[in-house]
Ligand binder design. Structure first.
Ligand SMILES: [Zn+2]
Length: 211
């Protein structure tokens, strides 16, 4: 399967660029140290340069693969100048696809930028990547019979599953730290009442309102 024109052109640019001094200078695309009388003395070694090129290949491959169902990551990596062989020289090293994110159910490329932001992610039982559908609260959470008086102050966020009583809540703090670690947007708390939050489909935080 031939690469798309966009993939070919990304690969050509990535392959043409001298990544060996990428951290040390801002320069036009595709500069070559050998032709440059102003080159600095700082330079990555061969292995470091290969890692930079591979990371550039991966982040662009994630976008290209998400856009094109026929995208071939091995053909693309080779075109970028990335070695796709295993250390013992066999073709199609698994490291190439290991650097890409796929949906475990469909096998398709995950969306660029990662899953949608969840800043109130209390349930880590599904593993490090949250693939739950975009909804607020589970039926179980909404039905839980621990709702206080509906005028009780609490806060929600645009993406939160639950309403909390206080930002000191350990579950909320945990969710925020996970969101930060995963580079997701952390939304500001929006103060409301538990009654309004329930109407909006939020669950009730079992920690803030523990029986
Ligand atoms: Zn809470």
């Amino acid at each position: 399967m031939a690469l798309s024109r966009l993939a070919r052109e990304f690969a050509a640019e990535i392959n043409n660029h001298d990544w060996s001094d990428a951290p040390f200078r801002a320069d036009r695309a595709g500069h070559l140290r050998d032709d440059d009388p102003n080159r600095g003395s700082q330079q990555l070694d061969r292995r470091q340069t290969d890692v930079v090129r591979m990371n550039v290949m991966w982040v662009t491959a994630q976008v290209l693969g998400h856009a094109d169902p026929n995208f071939d990551p091995y053909e693309y990596a080779e075109a970028c100048g990335v070695n796709t062989r295993t250390p013992s020289g066999r073709p199609r090293s698994g490291i190439i696809t290991a650097g890409l994110r796929f949906d475990q159910k469909t096998g398709k490329y995950d969306r660029p930028g990662g899953p949608p932001a969840w800043d109130d992610d209390e349930d880590e039982s599904e593993g490090p990547v949250d693939r739950r559908p975009d909804q607020v609260g589970t039926a179980e959470q909404r039905a839980r019979d621990i709702w206080p008086d509906p005028r009780t102050p609490g806060f929600v966020t645009p993406r939160s599953r639950n309403v909390h009583r206080t930002t000191d809540c350990v579950k909320y703090a945990h969710a925020v730290s996970i969101a930060r670690r995963r580079g997701r947007t952390v939304h500001e708390p929006v103060w409301t009442t538990t009654g309004q939050a329930q109407t909006a489909g939020k669950g009730i935080c079992s920690h803030c309102w523990a029986a």
